[in-house]
Design a protein around this ligand. Structure first.
Ligand code: GLN
Length: 554
């Protein structure tokens, strides 16, 4: 065996979807990194779309954007939050991409007239995508396979990973299968049969899992894990239970360490690793479990009932909360509901308002009302992408008195197009991958909230939009108190706006939520939550003051 060769870990899922396969894969990545290994992570998605960029948030949840502008699956967000390895467009492949590439090669005559087939042409393309990440210096590549074993569309991917041990040696590969052990209340028992069936299905395909991670609501104990080991042909110590976490997803890695998963993986792959270094992370988990304060933040959006649609926003708020030892209660508000009930009704008492990104005009007026409420009531406000654009529209209508000001995305013939199409977007009519995407530099204006938060003169943040602040209106806004705190280096594109005369009102054209980590909160989320906390504590003092004075009198 070549000691320097990258090892490959494959994570598959069985029984049901939504088991947290992405989270478990990311946790494994974290543990291996914290043993000093260099890790690369990858997700393979069996659906036919080329990428999730064109998919509805209801179908797919958030689209996670990388520095290089690729629009990827939200599991890559977990990877970035848990690990430090670089992610790029090779970190997420879909069936759509694999087939496009094979068909393109066929058109170019690469296959020299041979019949092009799923095996070997599609499977070779998948194997190349996986093995390509095993560059020199990379100790472990973790490839997560989307979907559930048994899905028709997942078969070529399973076939490809079945073949890989034959190509690079079985000793360099590890198959981890994640399943569910449900607890049946009526029988008062945890049930292992679905896991057995799922492993049977994998074995029919030719894959014998090396490690089983079983997700459970409550601890199931050795009796059950030993039984699973026997029926699934897996070592007893390699059946590991992953019980639902009480406080936070960030407890998952610690739970896996308690069951010796990192040790087991290193043994099975003969990885020469250092000791596990988790001290700072354990401190973080302690802080997560013992918050000293709490705040309530309203997130006013369009896809609010779909928890995954604003995944990274919720995570980033939590990260800032961890930093301030503050538990964040998110009040998720459907923008159209706010239109029906009015902002007072739904926002009264919240400590902060956040309006996230989005597309299309449904709910826009509700978002604008929420921003007006936050501005006038001096409630901390954070606008992100569409949230910034709505903040600009609100200011135009209610401060500059430009009635009917709008974005041309929602009203092409508005008399005051304060938000309009980016120059480069005017001639584009194809949908996928055509927005202003990925990392862009931004220069900060000294002595603004943004500059103070970042403590830096130039930053890089990720974008995903077609519209921008209309430069023709800049002067008017600035004169009336909306300051421009950050622009593109050539000064043409407005990236950050703020209200100086407000406790905390910052809105950005980019997506800061893609660059926050549990132990390094994003500076703007950190300061936003701090402002919310100050407002909360200030209010508590104001409420308690009369009581104190009565006590003092008594
Ligand atoms: N729809 C807006 C645009 O395309 C905002 C996009 C977003 O919030 N990601 O510019």
């Amino acid at each position: 065996m070549d000691g320097d060769m990258s090892r490959h870990i494959f994570v598959t899922g069985g029984v049901v979807s939504s088991l947290g396969k992405g989270l478990t894969s990311a946790s494994i990545g974290m543990l291996l990194e914290r043993r000093g290994l260099k890790v690369r992570m990858q997700k393979l998605d069996p659906y036919l779309n080329v990428d999730p960029g064109t998919m509805s948030p209801y179908q797919h949840g958030e689209v996670y954007v990388l520095d290089d502008g690729s629009e990827t699956d939200l599991d890559l967000g977990h990877y970035e939050r848990f690990t430090s390895g670089e992610l790029n467009r090779r970190s997420n492949y879909t069936t759509g991409q694999i087939y496009s590439s094979v068909i393109d090669k066929e058109r170019r005559g690469v296959y020299l007239g041979r019949t092009v087939q799923v095996v070997p042409h599609i499977t070779d393309e998948i194997k190349a995508a996986i093995l390509g990440l095993g560059e020199p210096g990379v100790d472990v590549v973790i490839t997560e396979l989307g979907g559930t074993v048994g899905d028709i569309e997942g078969l070529p991917f399973l076939e490809a990973i079945r073949q890989i041990p034959l190509d690079i040696g079985k000793e360099n590969c590890l198959f981890i299968h994640l399943t569910l052990v449900p607890y049946l209340k009526a029988a008062r028992e945890a049930k292992t049969k679905p896991t057995q069936h799922s492993v049977q299905q994998l074995r029919e395909i030719g894959i014998q899992p090396d490690i089983l991670i079983v997700r459970t609501e409550r601890p199931i104990g050795r009796e059950h894990t030993d039984k699973i080991a026997l029926f699934c042909n897996v070592e007893k110590k390699a059946v590991i239970e992953e019980v639902d976490k009480e406080f936070s997803i960030y407890e998952v890695p610690v739970g896996l360490v308690e069951h010796g998963l990192d040790e087991l993986i290193c043994q099975k792959l003969s990885l020469k690793s250092g000791p596990l270094n988790m001290e700072d992370y354990r401190d973080l988990v302690h802080r997560i479990r013992n918050p000293q304060n709490e705040v309530t933040i309203a997130v006013v959006g369009k896809y609010i009932e779909h928890r995954d649609a604003y995944k990274s926003i919720y995570e980033s708020l939590d990260h800032a909360g961890f930093h301030h030892s503050t538990q964040i209660h998110v009040k998720r508000i459907e923008a159209e509901e706010l239109e029906r009930q009015g902002p007072e009704m739904v926002l009264k008492g919240v400590d902060g308002v956040l309006v996230p990104g989005g597309f299309g005009m449904r709910g826009i007026e509700g978002k604008i009302q929420a921003i007006q409420y936050a501005r006038q009531s001096e409630t901390p406000f954070f606008g992100i992408c569409l949230g910034m654009q709505c903040a600009v529209i609100e200011f135009a209508r209610n401060v500059l008195d430009l009635k009917d000001a709008n974005s041309t995305e929602f009203a092409a013939d508005t008399p005051h197009p304060v938000i309009c199409l980016l120059e480069g977007q005017k001639t584009i009519n194809r949908k996928g991958g055509t927005m202003r995407l990925g990392a862009q530099p931004c220069v900060l204006v000294p002595d603004t909230r943004a500059a103070r938060a970042y403590a830096s003169a130039e930053i890089s943040e990720r974008h995903r939009h077609r519209y921008e602040f209309n430069p023709e209106y800049r002067k008017e806004f600035v004169q009336s108190g909306m300051r421009i705190a950050g622009t593109s280096p050539d000064g043409t594109l407005v990236e950050i706006v703020e209200l100086a005369a407000h406790p905390w009102f910052v809105a950005v054209q980019y997506h800061p939520e893609f660059k926050s980590k549990p132990n390094i909160p994003h500076p703007l989320f950190r300061d936003f939550v701090q402002a919310c906390l100050q407002r909360r504590l200030g209010r508590a003092v104001a409420i308690s003051a009369p009581g104190d004075s009565i006590r003092a009198q008594g």
